[in-house]
Design a protein around this ligand. Structure first.
Ligand code: FES
Length: 150
């Protein structure tokens, strides 16, 4: 991993300001920021792992877990939250057996929250593998996931 990070760094003007571009490069390659990548970035930039984690967790664009085969994103933006987004999330979390920000042990599903999917008029909303479903009840959301699991 360290060699990959060094190769990514060579494409940048220098170490100054390289942390975010390196995180973006890793995410674009792996689909998430792995523990190995955090260690390697810290090593290459000469900063602590906690500094790398601090930045990676601050920006919502960075994912710190390996995405599942199916990626479920539940919107908890204001409109969705007020119209039942929290209940959707709780139902899916129970059904999949994982909290938000995790992937099922078999790697089939990952569950995460997002701030707004840009279709508030259809709240509450979730996206599965990029397909947006709106005006959902918790039972409908669970059924959509169950269909994918067959
Ligand atoms: S708040 Fe959920 S789509 Fe905008």
């Amino acid at each position: 991993m360290e060699a990959k990070i060094r190769a990514l760094l060579e494409e940048l003007p220098g170490k100054e300001g390289a942390l975010i571009p390196l995180l973006q490069g890793v995410q674009s390659t792996l689909g998430y920021i792995s523990q190995d990548a955090v260690e390697a970035i810290g090593e290459v930039l000469g900063i602590s792992e906690s500094e790398v984690y601090g930045v990676a967790t601050f920006y919502s664009e960075f994912r710190l877990f390996e995405p599942g085969e199916h990626q479920v994103k539940v919107c908890l933006g204001t409109s969705c939250y007020l119209k039942g987004g929290r209940e959707l999330l709780e139902r899916l979390s129970r059904s999949l057996g994982i909290p938000p920000g995790r992937t099922t042990p078999d790697g089939r599903f990952s569950l995460e929250t997002v701030a707004c999917l840009g279709c508030c008029s259809r709240s509450p909303v979730m996206a599965v593998d990029g397909v947006v479903y709106g005006n959902l009840t918790p039972l409908q959301a669970k059924a959509i996931i169950a269909d994918l699991d067959e």
